[in-house]
Design a protein around this ligand. Structure first.
Ligand code: URA
Length: 265
């Protein structure tokens, strides 16, 4: 018995319950009127077989014939989902494949310094020297940063140095918002683990991706806040190498940081 036979039987029995009598002839007539013709022909040989849906094809794509969904992991782990111990965090970061920069990097530049530093410097992303060595701020800008740290009566080993993105953007271009979003969780976890008393943001890229405000010239030299940590944005050392007269303003900013940390000038 197929679906239509079942349906007719159900109608007949329902009618009988309600006192409606249907003769066998009437019932057959009704049955043949609702029952579709069933072809005894075999299906045509050239019928396109129904292909199984490939896993990367979306089921519903009103705007496009077929939408290929990138199966590479795109959703980066938020800081809260990352481990609370340095070694696990480092190992996850070093194996990261969250964005296309993974394909062109030589080394992941995790960050380095005192894990209990009072002061943390955050730059933009590794350049060629950093990519080659796996260490942050070791090129020309890094040498100037070392001098800036020295002028604050500190040593590089006293502070923690990290970047917004851990892999070098090709040609030293700015990281894209997608690359920064894919990476920022690692930095946020580093901040959470170090718990610095003060953060210095080096340049506009660090400012815009950590605090989500744009304009280093406008916002430098004033205190901001990240998760209750005072944040001082200042010029990036690479910018200071190109524009030496801006060093005066950068020094002004660093003196505010020294005062906050109780370091006398
Ligand atoms: N510039 C940065 O922003 N970070 C580095 O590590 C090196 C250069």
């Amino acid at each position: 018995m197929d679906f239509y036979d079942e349906l007719c039987q159900a109608i007949a029995s329902d009618g009988a319950k309600r006192g409606v009598r249907t003769s066998p002839e009437e019932f057959q007539k009704f049955l043949s009127s609702v029952k579709p013709e069933r072809s005894n022909q075999p299906p045509p040989a050239n019928r396109t077989p129904i292909k199984p849906m490939p896993p990367e094809t979306t089921l519903y794509a009103p705007e496009a014939e077929t939408v290929q969904v990138n199966t590479t992991p795109q959703t980066p782990p938020p800081a809260c989902a990352l481990p609370d111990d340095w070694e696990s965090l480092r190992s996850i970061t070093l194996n990261c494949q969250n964005c296309p920069l993974a394909a062109t990097r030589q080394n992941v530049v995790f960050g380095e310094g005192d894990l209990r530093a009072r002061l943390m410097f955050i730059g933009e992303g590794p350049g060629a020297d950093e990519d080659a060595t796996g260490r942050p701020f070791v090129g020309a800008a890094g040498q100037l940063l070392d001098k800036m740290i020295g002028a604050m009566h500190l040593a590089r080993e006293d502070v923690y140095i990290a970047n917004i993105v851990k892999c070098r953007p090709p040609g030293n271009r700015m990281p894209s918002p997608e690359e920064a979003a894919a990476c920022i969780g690692y930095l946020k976890k580093q901040i959470e683990l170090v718990q610095p008393e003060v953060i210095v943001l080096l340049g506009g890229t660090a400012l815009s991706f950590l605090l989500e405000i744009n304009g280093i010239t406008k916002y430098r030299g004033r205190w901001h806040n990240y998760n209750n940590i005072p944040v001082m944005p200042t010029f990036h050392p690479a910018f200071l190498l190109r524009k030496a007269e801006a060093k005066r303003e950068a020094w002004h900013d660093l003196k505010l940081v020294m005062a906050k940390l109780g370091i006398s000038v």
